[in-house]
Design a binder for this molecule. Structure first.
Ligand code: NAD
Length: 254
């Protein structure tokens, strides 16, 4: 029970890696707000976990809307009294080179992937300051270090999150708020499907995965969730501003 009675918000957590984080957090004793634009999936997860006796609520949130984010923070404090952990996890992955991308796609990518980390943190940090500290786990990527063809907006967004993590770590260390980021490789969710379509489809990419991800298999969402739990807990108490690379070897060499 490494997160006993800690209060956590996990954005983009109705499915995929976020859902796995929610499941591991409640298992470790945390009270969790599931936050996503996907209402049916979020409510189903809330219902399943509440039936098992866990303290969870779903709150529908678009992380690109400051008004929605303020409502999310208010809801969390009303339900659980404080916030100790924030996982900025929601993102979109819309493929394309700069001549294929539209301005709207660029803006959406930056809003959902980067501005969200800024705005959710902006509204959560004052609550953490009042609580005497906290842990923020941002979601960067192997793409924070290495690019991929036809993925410009996404790659740029993940590069930004790495440096935002470091900047936030410097600003709030004095408040006992740690800020780290996880940098996953190819994780087994539907997130990469649209990009994979440009390269022969998901099955073709998986067949050849070892050529980019040396472990030769997709990473399971729960493998990433375990790292989020480590970063959220006191087990990582001396870490702040750190990218934790969990990429099956993608960035190890050429
Ligand atoms: N899957 C991978 O290979 C991989 C690799 C590196 C990093 N990541 C990162 O991990 C995180 C989770 O990815 P995933 O693989 O679980 O993807 P996913 O598509 O399964 O989950 C993303 C979630 O974010 C939600 N979301 C999207 N836009 C939103 C918005 N505006 N407001 C609120 N929620 C929104 C989606 O509804 C979805 O539930 C992302 O930050 C992604 O960049 C994933």
């Amino acid at each position: 029970m490494r997160l006993k009675n800690k209060v956590a918000i996990v954005t983009g957590s109705a499915k995929g890696i976020g859902e796995a984080i929610v499941r591991d957090f409640v298992n470790e004793g945390a009270k969790v707000i599931i936050s996503d634009i996907l209402e049916a999936e979020g409510q189903a997860l809330e219902e399943e976990l509440q039936k098992k006796g866990y303290s969870v609520y779903f709150f529908k949130t678009d992380v690109s809307s400051e008004k929605n984010i303020q409502e999310l923070v208010k809801f969390t404090v009303e339900k659980f009294g404080t916030i100790n952990i924030l996982c900025n996890n929601a993102a979109v992955n819309i493929p394309g080179s700069v001549i294929e991308l539209t301005e709207d796609i660029w803006n959406k990518t930056m809003d959902v992937n980067v501005k969200s980390h800024f705005l959710v943190s902006k509204h959560v940090i004052p609550v953490m300051q009042k609580a005497g500290g906290g842990s923020i786990v941002n979601t960067a990527s192997a793409n924070s270090f290495v690019a991929e063809p036809r993925l410009s907006a996404y790659v740029a967004s993940k590069g930004a999150i790495l440096m935002l993590t470091r900047a936030m770590a410097l600003d709030f260390a004095k408040d006992n708020i740690r800020v780290n980021c996880i940098c996953p490789g190819w994780v087994d969710t539907t997130f990469n499907d649209a990009h994979a379509e440009l390269f022969g489809g998901r099955e073709a990419v998986l067949k050849d995965l070892a050529s980019v991800q040396p472990i030769g298999r997709p990473i399971a969402p729960m493998e990433i969730a375990k790292i989020a739990t480590f970063l959220a807990s006191d087990d990582s108490s001396c870490m702040t501003g750190s990218p934790v690379i969990a990429d099956g070897g993608i960035t190890a060499g050429v």
